[in-house]
Every structure is written in C-alpha cells, then in structure tokens.
Design a protein around this ligand. Structure first.
Ligand code: NAD
Ligand code: IPM
Ligand code: MN
Length: 350
C-alpha cells in the first residue's frame, strides 16, 4: 500500500520526515508492505507556481494511495492562508473526509476522551463573500451551513463508534441560544440518533460553558461531538490538557470509503520552525492512528510504547520537559522500537 506524504510548511517539514524511519522499520518488521511518496504541496510551490492542491490530485490520491500523512500548512508570507485552505480544506472536503477524530488524554488520566469534529461544513462551508468599498471590506459574510444529511451521517458514525468503544457518555457542543438554526438541527438529530443507542447517555452543553467545564475538570467527558469550528477550538484545548500541541493527533475519515488523512492537530509553528526543536510526537501518534486504521494494530502498539518511553527521557523535546531536539527524541524512539521489536522476536521465536 502506498501512503501519500505531504510535509507542508514550517515544522511540518521537520516532524513528518522525522517519523518516516519508524514507519519504515515497522513496515519491514511486520511485513506491512507500506511505501511512502512525498509531495511538495505547500507555501513554496504556491509562491513559485501558484499551485496549491494540483489538479487531478484528489483522483490520484483516491486511486493510487491508501492514506495521506500530512504535516501542517501555514506560512507568514501567505497571511490569508489561501494555499492552506486550497490544500488542507481541499483534501478534507474533496475526499469527503467528514469525520475528524481528535482524541486527547488529559495529563494524569489514563483514558482518552474521544473528540469528533464535523469536517466539511459549518463555518468552513466556503459560503460567503465580501462587499468592498474604496478597496476595503465594507461588508463581510461567512455563512454557517449545515445540511441534515451531513449532521446525520456524522452523528450516526460518532455515536456508533463511541458505543462500540464501550463509552457511556457523549456530549454535544453547540451554541443554540445564540445561533439557533444550525443549533436546533444538531440538537434534533443528536436526540434522534441517541435513540438508536440505549447504552449511551447524551447531554448537550453550550460551547462557552462546555469549555469552562472541560478546562476545570475533564473527567466527566468520554465522547464529544461538535461542529467544524467548535471542534477545531476544543481540539486545541484538548491538546493543552494533554500537555501541549506537540502531542495531539488527528484522523480525518470518510467512513464509507475508508479513506483517511492523518495529521497532528498543530500548525506550522513559525515561532519555532527551523530550530530543530519541534516535537514529532503528535505526528507519530497520527501515524499510529493510521496503522490502526489500516488494520496494523500490532505495529501501532510498539510505536506508542516507544513514544511513551522516549517522552519520559531527557532526549525529549523541551515542550515535553526534556533537553533534547526533534532528532534526539526520534533517536530515542528508534532505539526503544528496535529493542522492543528484537525482544519480541526473541520471545516469539526463542
Ligand atoms: P500552531 O499550532 O502552529 O502553534 C501554536 C503554538 O504551539 C506555537 O507556540 C508553537 O510553537 C507550538 N507548537 C505547535 N506544534 C508544536 C510542536 N510540534 N512542538 C512544539 N511546539 C509546538 O498555531 P499557530 O501559530 O496559530 O499557526 C501557525 C500557522 O499554522 C498558521 O498559518 C495557521 O493557519 C497554521 N495552522 C495549520 C494547521 C494545519 O495545517 N492543520 C493547524 C493549525 C494552524
Ligand atoms: C486545524 C487547523 C485548520 C482548521 C486551519 C489551518 C484551516 O486549525 O487543522 O485544526 O481550522 O481546521
Ligand atoms: Mn485548529
């Protein structure tokens, strides 16, 4: 199976290449037959050629590649992020990856909270416009658009997945007091879909007080479902509860086709790009999510074990409390992985 690799901009170009040797090692060891092809979509190409997501890219990915591993997009030279929307939102929408799964495990907890973000519509639907006067925006509109079909297919998948994972509680995050139309649609579909899962207890919270409660005490939350923008914001809070954006991973999935894109939650981090200290942990756990998704659970387990062990070492990057760099952390991950895999062969063959 071929994996399309899109490092993108800034630290995307540091954390993605850092993770590939671990994936290759696991692919060789477990005979997964994964191969990786890197694409240069990002700010440089946009500035040089005006090309974001090249034409034909979506069809090529869908027919020739099993999944996409992405770093981040974002470049100070393109302040309106036009290339990022073209590439990143183009991939998410173009491949109909309507479920964005962003699990986070709060520090001190041993249980991941399953956050699901709708990934194609809402305020990201691309409906809006600007009326200019004297070369300046005088009227600006971004519409929040949700169709019943989108909300239904999203919530149906989320509740089924939460139920299958043995979770008991699910919270809908909304703002129906101020934004009533889409809010009501979400609440109504949520209640209807909950009726299909008697084992799940559903509640809904306004996004503002939800964020307040989550930050103060995340322990009551097991599953969270949210619209596109609210899910985006809550996923950064989830990352903060884990210990930082360097740790949080994300999978964008189309349940019908099984197609998926894996990436860290964080962006291109221009403030630390080029210094060699970006944490590749989030990208590596996104890679572990990819291995799980492709059915290679036996390879994801040692990768997570190696990451956990390296994260506790002094080789860890500064955001994890270490004194290391991207390279020393990954060096430690590779050493843990090699030891783990050779112990495993000793146990199974010896
Ligand atoms: P960011 O996520 O890039 O960075 C926020 C903060 O977290 C920064 O202080 C950064 O140094 C730190 N950080 C992020 N990832 C880290 C890592 N792996 N290791 C250590 N520290 C890390 O958010 P931002 O600064 O608001 O955005 C920068 C650019 O990235 C913008 O252009 C934005 O649009 C874009 N962005 C892209 C994505 C994406 O591609 N999915 C996500 C978020 C932001
Ligand atoms: C993310 C990012 C993107 C989003 C931006 C860069 C368009 O913040 O992946 O969380 O809003 O989805
Ligand atoms: Mn975000």
């Amino acid at each position: 199976m071929r994996i399309a690799v899109v490092p993108g901009d800034g630290i995307g170009g540091e954390v993605v290449p850092a993770v590939l040797p671990a994936l290759s090692l696991l692919s060789d060891h477990f005979r997964l037959g994964l191969s990786f092809e890197t694409f240069d979509w990002g700010a440089e190409r946009w500035l040089a050629e005006g090309v974001g997501l090249p034409s034909g890219a979506l069809d090529m990915l869908a027919s020739d590649y099993g999944a996409v591993l992405l770093g981040a997009l974002g470049d100070p030279r393109i302040p309106d992020m036009a290339h990022g929307r073209d590439i990143l939102l183009g991939l998410r929408r173009g491949l109909d990856l309507y479920v964005n799964y962003r699990p986070f495990t709060p520090a001190g907890s041993d249980r991941a909270v399953a956050l699901f973000r709708e990934n194609t519509q809402g305020l990201y639907a691309g409906v809006g416009g600007t009326v200019a006067q004297g070369g300046r925006p005088a009227v600006a509109i971004d519409e929040c658009v949700y169709t019943r079909e989108t909300v239904e297919r999203f919530l149906r998948y989320c509740l089924r997945t939460l139920s299958d994972s043995g979770r008991k509680r699910v919270t809908l995050v909304h703002k129906s007091n101020a934004v009533p139309h889409t809010g009501r649609l979400w609440q109504e579909v949520f209640r209807a879909e909950l009726d299909r899962h008697p084992g799940l207890v559903g509640s809904d919270e306004y996004v503002d007080s939800f964020c307040y409660h989550l930050v103060r005490d995340s322990s009551p939350y097991e599953g969270i479902v949210a619209s596109n923008l609210f899910g985006d914001i809550v996923s950064d809070i989830g990352a903060a509860l884990m210990g930082g954006l360097g740790l949080a991973a994300s999978a964008s999935i189309c349940p019908e086709t099984g197609y998926a894109l894996f990436e860290p939650v964080h962006g291109s981090a221009p403030d630390i790009a080029g210094r060699g200290i970006a944490n590749p942990y989030a990208t590596a756990t996104a890679a572990a999510l990819m291995l799980d998704h492709l059915g290679h659970h036996s390879a994801a387990v040692p990768l997570r074990r190696a990451l956990a062990s390296a994260a506790r070492s002094d080789a860890a990057t500064p955001d994890m409390g270490g004194h290391g760099t991207t390279a020393t952390f990954i060096g430690e991950v590779m050493a843990c992985l090699e030891k783990d895999l050779s112990d495993e062969s000793t146990v199974s063959h010896g």
